[in-house]
Design a protein around this ligand. Structure first.
Ligand code: M6R
Length: 612
């Protein structure tokens, strides 16, 4: 969480810092700040901070006509200390300024020690210890790079940091351990940021730092080294990301844009099927065939929406590939003492590829001897991808809205491919079945387009919904995870309390909640469990609960008093979860619109959860 930007160039970098922060606002948006050096030889450090959005900070910078050739900036998602100007970054120690993304776990003993040494703290943040510690180390290590290195040696936790100091207007020092940091190289200057999107405004030449790297950026050069001082070379990669991909265009919100981009995102992710007559394990890496043949079980590790994608895949992998699959919330797995089976394929699913819990769970699984790993991820250069031996990159394009939508459906597409590839290598897929499933995958973008056409009806539902305080979501089988995902979307952006249950669980407790004020959303595809689901629905109706049923061809349920039916265009069999989640995304979006919440930046949340 939090986004950082640093710049040193031959011209005013304040607009670059502000534009970079705007692009990083998805990572945190409770306060923002920047520090620049100006005056002869950078004799004056100027800091601006604002509670709220980057726009507030930009207004201040404009008013003060801030102009400088070197600076650092930050957009915050509060971890230590409330969102306030006092806690906003940069933090300063006697003319030295630092911005930080991550968490310093040992900040309390460091703070006590530095207080004892006479340093005064003005914030509640963990970051302020970094500023004072670098300042302290400068006493014995007059070179800023050495002082930062000595500081990093004392930090426990995760960080990406950028530092400038008064009297040194010719360099910015950056370092990373556990939080992402990319450098941008251009003729006009050198830059650093938490992700590529912040730097596309100035360059496409990116250098992705590894954990334990630090760098000194000057106007004309970059010097990269390990934290022990050993110089290292990291490749320059030319980013293919289109600047338009991160623009809102004619849409009102990124979430809306991303919901409607799903047909294209699925087409891109499944592009290889256009010409292919059969599925090949190579899609996941050259070693995939061997790995898929030799493993005995699959362990999926993920968080949030990505975890829900894993839950759907469990039904697919067990049913079609005949392989045992367990799906675990990464933040739980990383602290359990599981029985590790080396013949396991560990699959991590992550939009960002930087989620701290998923990354830690992956490393933990590897440390237990489960070294066959596959990342399903939307960001090719991310830590989770780099940590995995096999990979499948979803091609959803940048997802900016905090609520995950197109990342989810493309993860499902990737997991369907994984299921088919594993089934094929393990001999559980006939040629006829393979053709049928590949045909269904090819038609998925078109099928999602038809579901999106149902928006007006869902909008009408949302009007009724938005006034409610609670909602229940029901599903069975592979649609139970879709109910979970629908509930997560609704609570995340409309702040309506929502719970999801497998419909068969209703009578074991949650039915007690049902009355006329409790809307119940049932995912009701015409599958093997439909008759059982209909009985569960009757149980709700008999208690006066208002029902919203997402049905499909053949479900045969009639509208009536207290029963609203949305008819999906077709029954999509195995891939039905990909379609059924779309109305739930739209329902959450429109309920949030009616309530007037901040759809793309819901309160208390951030897009990339790079802290525990
Ligand atoms: O980047 P990841 O997929 O690893 O993120 C995992 C979750 O933080 C994420 O899916 C979160 O639950 C979304 N905000 C849900 O919409």
């Amino acid at each position: 969480m939090c986004g950082i930007v640093a710049a040193i160039a031959g011209q005013n970098i304040v607009p670059v810092l502000l534009e970079g922060l705007r692009k990083l606002e998805y990572r945190g948006y409770d306060s923002a700040g920047l520090a620049v050096l100006n005056g002869a030889q950078g004799t004056q450090l100027r800091r601006l901070r604002a509670v709220g959005r980057v726009a507030e900070l930009a207004a201040q910078a404009d008013e003060q006509k801030l102009d400088a050739a070197i600076g650092i900036a930050h957009t915050r998602w509060a971890t230590h200390g409330v969102p306030s100007e006092r806690n906003a970054h940069p933090h300063i120690s006697d003319g030295l300024a630092v911005v930080h993304n991550g968490i310093i776990e040992n900040f309390e003993p460091l703070r006590a020690r530095l207080t004892g040494l006479g340093y005064t703290f003005t914030s509640e943040t963990d970051t302020e210890v970094i500023a004072h510690l670098v300042r302290h180390h400068l006493k014995n290590h007059p070179d800023l790079v050495d002082a930062v290195r000595a500081t990093c040696g004392e930090l426990i936790g995760a960080y990406a940091i950028a530092i400038v100091t008064e009297g040194e207007d010719s360099r910015v020092v950056v370092a990373r351990h556990g939080s992402p940091l990319v450098l941008g190289q251009s003729d006009s200057g050198n830059y650093a940021a938490s992700d590529t999107s912040a730097l596309l405004q100035v360059t496409r030449n990116m250098i992705y730092l590894e954990d334990g790297d630090m760098a000194e950026l000057t106007r004309d050069a970059m010097r990269i080294m390990r934290l022990d001082g050993t110089p290292v070379a990291r490749p320059v990669q030319v980013s293919q990301l289109s600047a338009d991909a991160v623009e809102l265009g004619s849409y009102r919100h990124y979430m809306q844009k991303e919901i409607f981009e799903q047909p294209a995102a699925l087409s891109n992710t499944l592009e290889m099927l256009a010409q292919a007559r059969s599925i090949t394990p190579n899609l996941f890496g050259v070693e995939a065939d061997n790995v898929f043949r030799s493993v005995r079980r699959v362990l999926v590790l993920a968080c949030g929406t990505s975890f829900h994608a894993g839950l759907v895949a469990r039904y697919w992998l067990e049913d079609i590939a005949g392989i045992e699959c367990t799906v675990e919330i990464a933040s739980e797995y990383r602290y359990r003492k599981p029985v590790a089976d080396p013949d396991t394929l560990v699959v991590t699913i992550s939009q960002s590829g930087e989620t701290a819990d998923t990354l830690a769970a992956l490393k933990y699984a590897k440390s237990l001897g489960m070294t066959r790993t596959l990342a399903i991820c939307n960001v090719p250069e991310s830590a989770i991808v780099r940590e995995s031996s096999l990979r499948f990159i979803t091609r959803a394009g940048p997802e900016i809205g905090v609520a995950s939508t197109k990342a989810y459906t493309t993860q499902l597409a990737a997991l369907a491919l994984l299921t088919l590839a594993m089934a094929k290598t393990r001999g559980t897929l006939s040629v006829a079945q393979e053709e049928k499933y590949l045909g269904a995958l090819r038609h998925l973008p078109g099928a999602v387009t038809r579901v999106l056409e149902l928006e007006p009806q869902i909008q009408a539902w949302a009007e009724r919904f938005a006034m409610k305080h609670h909602a229940l979501f029901l599903g069975r089988g592979q649609h139970y995870p879709i109910a979970l995902e629908g509930a997560l979307k609704l609570k995340e952006i409309s702040y309506i309390h929502a719970e999801a249950y497998p419909a068969g669980e209703l009578k074991h407790g949650p039915l007690a909640l049902v009355d006329r004020d409790m809307p119940v959303i049932a995912i009701a595809p015409n599958d093997a469990l439909i008759e059982k689901l209909k009985s569960n629905i009757q149980e709700v109706r008999a208690r006066g609960g208002e029902l919203y049923v997402i049905a499909d061809a053949g479900t045969e349920m009639a509208e009536g008093e207290g029963v609203h039916i949305l008819n999906m265009p077709e029954n999509y069999g195995l891939l039905s979860p990909v379609l059924h989640v779309v109305p739930l995304q739209l329902l959450a979006y429109h309920a949030a619109l009616v309530k007037g919440t901040d759809v793309d930046k819901p309160r208390n949340l951030a897009k990339s959860v790079t802290v525990e």
